[in-house]
Write a protein that binds this ligand. Structure first.
Ligand code: BTN
Length: 239
């Protein structure tokens, strides 16, 4: 295990899923924060039971951090805001936006994925995949994918990983010291589609309305013909 700042860092050649590695690690450790990364991931998992394709040169990492139960809803915003900021720090002129609940879009296409899972005790697993070098060129993706390299933005997984940890540490401190409002307003300043019409595709139904806000719990507030509806899960599409 290496050390990077106050992170315990395990970098592997090849794994099934860095989230699975982090979940297993959460059963063995009781203290400290960890990051597990891999050069290649061949059984990556995505949100809502989907899979995440492992392509060479991309970033696959899972953070293992202690987060109090009361902050689980808020931490999603720290995670995605930090990802946007870390990419923007490397490429200040990049066209990059956030998509609720936790996607990062470059030129309107999905450049990354985040999968958070509850580990042992207070531990939370934060799995992040970033299309650095390649994006999957396959039919049937629910959202068009893009890579940083597709747009001429060249970096490597270790540079982005380190930049990410700095941004995450900074935003995690802001959350602890100043509360969710500071994170929420920074996050909203980067979100795509605020005040515009969107479609939210849920497990059981789809809804169309105006994206009004996110509330103090991180739920999306959608103005539909029934009034303001609170959305707690779903995939957003811009109309
Ligand atoms: C999504 O569906 O958008 C989330 C994808 C999350 C992928 C990352 S890659 C690193 C970590 N390990 C996994 O198995 N999944 C996450």
């Amino acid at each position: 295990m290496e050390k990077y700042k106050d992170w315990n860092w395990i970098d592997k050649e090849e794994v099934g899923s860095t989230n699975d590695e982090a979940l297993a690690l959460s059963k063995e450790v009781t203290d400290g924060k960890y990051i597990i990364s891999a050069k290649m991931q061949n059984q990556g998992r995505g949100r809502r039971g989907r899979s995440w394709i492992g392509l060479e040169g991309n970033l696959f990492m899972s953070l293992l951090v202690k987060v109090p139960l009361s902050q689980l809803g808020e931490i999603i915003f720290v995670v995605s805001l930090s990802l946007l900021e870390s990419i923007k720090n490397l490429f200040p002129d990049i066209d990059i936006k956030l998509k609720w609940p936790n996607d990062v879009l470059v030129k309107g296409c999905k450049v990354s994925g985040i999968l958070m899972e509850k580990g042992e005790g207070d531990y939370l697993v934060i799995g992040i995949g970033v299309n650095i070098a390649q994006s999957p060129k396959i039919e049937g993706l629910i959202y068009p994918a893009i890579s940083l390299a597709d747009n001429g933005y060249k970096t490597d997984r270790i540079t982005l990983l380190k930049e990410y940890l700095s941004c995450f540490d900074k935003n995690f401190d802001i959350l602890q010291n100043y509360g969710f409002e500071a994170i929420r307003s920074a996050w909203l300043s980067h979100v795509k589609g605020l005040g515009e019409q969107i479609e939210v595709r849920g497990t059981n139904e789809n809804k169309i309305g105006i994206f009004k806000d996110i509330d103090k719990n991180g739920f999306l507030l959608l103005e539909t013909n029934k009034g303001i509806e609170k959305i707690c899960a779903g995939d957003i599409f811009y109309i």
